[in-house]
Ligand binder design. Structure first.
Ligand SMILES: Nc1ncnc2c1ncn2[C@@H]1O[C@H](COP(=O)(O)OP(=O)(O)OP(=O)(O)O)[C@@H](O)[C@H]1O
Length: 395
C-alpha cells in the first residue's frame, strides 16, 4: 500500500522547463542593464567558496544556529528533482493520490477530464510506481531530518547556496518556517531556486585553465548539502546586501524592497558597523576578495549577523543597484552609497517578487490542509469515474 500523498502538478510539461523559464526571467529582472562592456567573470571555485558549509566554520560566532546535513542521499536529490510532491503519511494507512493539477493558463478543470481520458493515465501510473517516496527510498535520512527538527525546533532550509524563498506560498504561514518534516519537503520541492542549486549552480562560470582542469579532475557536480537554520523572527527592514570588490565595500543595498522611514537616520551608523565587519571579520578569512554578503543588524544595533555569502556575479541580485553601476563606479570611488528604498517607491516592488510562482488556489488549499488533499483526491476520483461512465456510454 502506498504510504504517501502525491501532489503532482505540471508546470509547462516539466519542473525543469519551469526552472529554466524562471531562471531566465529572474536573471532578466536582476540585470536589466546588461551591456557587453561590463564583464563580470566568476569561477567555479568562487561559487564553491560561497557554499554554506565552506564559510560557516569561518564565521560561526556571527551566524545564527544552523545544522549542515551532508552528503545528501542520491534518492533525496531525485526526490527534489522529480515532478510532483510525495508526502509521507506515517500516521494513516490510507493512501492519497492526486494528479493532474495544472498550472498552465490554458488548462482549467475541464482539461483534467480530458487528461484522464487519454492514454497518459497509464504512463502516469508507471511514473507513480517509479516515484521516489521518502519512507520507501530514504527512510533513514527522513528520520534524520525529523530528529534535526526535534533538536532545533522550527527551521528554515536552504541548499548549498539558495533558500526556497520563491515557494513560501505553499506553507500555511506564507514564510519559510518549517515546523515539521512534511513542510520541509513541500517547500523544497516547490522551489525553483532549489532546482537552480541542483542543476545550474555552475552555469556561466569561467576560469583559468589550470583551475578549470582542477575542477574537472574533481567533479562537475557539487557535493550537495542541506542546511537547516534554526528559525528566528527577522525584521526584514534591517537586512542589507553588501557588495565587496578587492576587499572593499563598493555599495550596500537595503535587502527588503519596502520603504521604512526610520532607516535613513541609521544609515551612517550602519555603514560604520559594516565597514568594520567586512574589514576585520570577513576579508581576513574569506578566500576571495570579491563577494556579496547578506547581513542582519537587529536592534539595539550592536551586533551584525551573517546571513549569506554570495558570488560577486550577475546571478546575485544587485537589488537597488544595477551591476553595471556597481562595477563602473567602483574604481574611482572613495566613498560608497548605502542605498535605501525611497518613499515614492512604496509598493512598487514587493507585490512582484516571485509572482512567477503563483499557483491555483486548489493546490495551495490542498497543501495546507490534509482534509483538502482528501477532498481534492475525491473530486479527482469522481471526475475519473464520470469520465469512465461517459466512455462506456459512448461504446
Ligand atoms: N535563521 C533564520 N530564521 C528566519 N529567517 C531566516 C533565517 N535565516 C535567513 N532567513 C531569511 O531567509 C532569507 C533568505 O536567506 P538566504 O539569503 O540564505 O537565501 P538565498 O536564497 O541565498 O537568498 P538570495 O538568493 O537573495 O541570496 C533571508 O533574507 C532572511 O530573511
Amino acid at each position: 500500500m502506498c504510504k504517501s500523498c502525491v501532489l503532482n502538478f505540471h508546470y509547462h510539461n516539466s519542473k525543469y522547463q519551469k526552472t529554466q523559464n524562471n531562471i531566465e526571467s529572474k536573471s532578466k529582472m536582476a540585470s536589466q542593464d546588461y551591456t557587453p562592456l561590463t564583464n563580470i567573470s566568476v569561477t567555479k571555485s568562487q561559487i564553491s567558496n560561497c557554499s554554506f558549509s565552506k564559510w560557516y566554520p569561518l564565521f560561526k560566532s556571527h551566524i545564527p544556529k544552523a545544522m549542515i546535513i551532508k552528503p545528501l542521499p542520491n534518492e533525496f536529490i531525485q526526490y527534489l528533482e522529480q515532478d510532483g510532491i510525495i508526502l509521507p503519511n506515517e500516521d494513516s494507512s490510507t493512501s492519497f493520490y492526486t494528479q493532474g493539477i495544472t498550472n498552465d493558463d490554458e488548462n482549467e478543470y475541464s482539461d483534467w477530464e480530458e487528461q484522464a481520458a487519454n492514454d497518459e493515465s497509464s504512463s502516469e501510473q508507471e511514473q507513480e510506481n517509479e516515484r521516489v517516496d521518502p519512507l520507501v527510498h530514504f527512510p533513514e535520512f527522513h528520520n534524520k531530518l525529523k530528529s534535526a527538527i526535534d533538536e532545533l525546533g522550527s527551521v528554515t532550509p536552504k541548499l548549498n547556496w539558495s533558500a526556497p524563498r520563491d515557494a513560501t506560498w505553499i506553507l500555511p504561514n506564507n514564510t519559510m518556517k518549517c515546523n515539521e518534516v512534511n513542510e520541509l519537503y513541500l517547500l523544497l520541492n516547490a522551489s525553483n531556486y532549489i532546482m537552480h542549486d541542483l542543476q545550474n549552480a555552475f552555469d556561466e562560470c569561467t576560469g583559468k585553465e589550470e583551475e578549470e582542469e582542477e575542477e574537472r579532475r574533481k567533479s562537475n557536480t557539487p557535493e550537495f548539502e542541506l542546511i537547516l537554520r534554526k528559525w528566528f523572527d527577522i525584521n526584514p527592514a534591517l537586512e542589507f546586501r553588501v557588495f565587496v570588490q578587492n576587499g572593499k565595500i563598493i555599495g550596500i543595498s537595503q535587502r527588503d524592497l519596502n520603504y521604512y522611514d526610520y532607516l535613513d537616520a541609521l544609515s551612517d551608523q550602519f555603514k560604520d558597523m559594516l565597514d568594520g565587519f567586512v574589514k576585520d571579520v570577513i576579508v581576513p578569512k574569506f578566500p576571495d576578495k570579491d563577494f556579496v554578503v547578506d547581513v542582519y543588524i537587529p536592534r539595539p544595533f550592536n551586533k551584525i549577523f551573517l546571513i549569506d555569502i554570495n558570488p560577486f556575479a550577475r546571478k546575485t541580485d544587485p537589488l537597488l543597484f544595477s551591476w553595471n553601476e556597481l562595477i563602473e563606479s567602483s574604481g574611482d570611488k572613495k566613498d560608497y552609497e548605502l542605498r535605501l528604498v525611497k518613499e515614492n517607491n512604496v509598493g512598487r516592488f514587493v507585490s512582484k517578487e516571485h509572482s512567477e510562482n503563483q499557483v491555483p488556489k486548489d493546490l495551495i488549499d490542498a497543501a495546507l490542509d490534509p482534509q483538502a488533499i482528501k477532498e481534492l483526491t475525491e473530486k479527482w476520483k469522481e471526475l475519473l469515474s464520470r469520465q469512465e461512465k461517459d466512455e462506456e456510454n459512448k461504446l
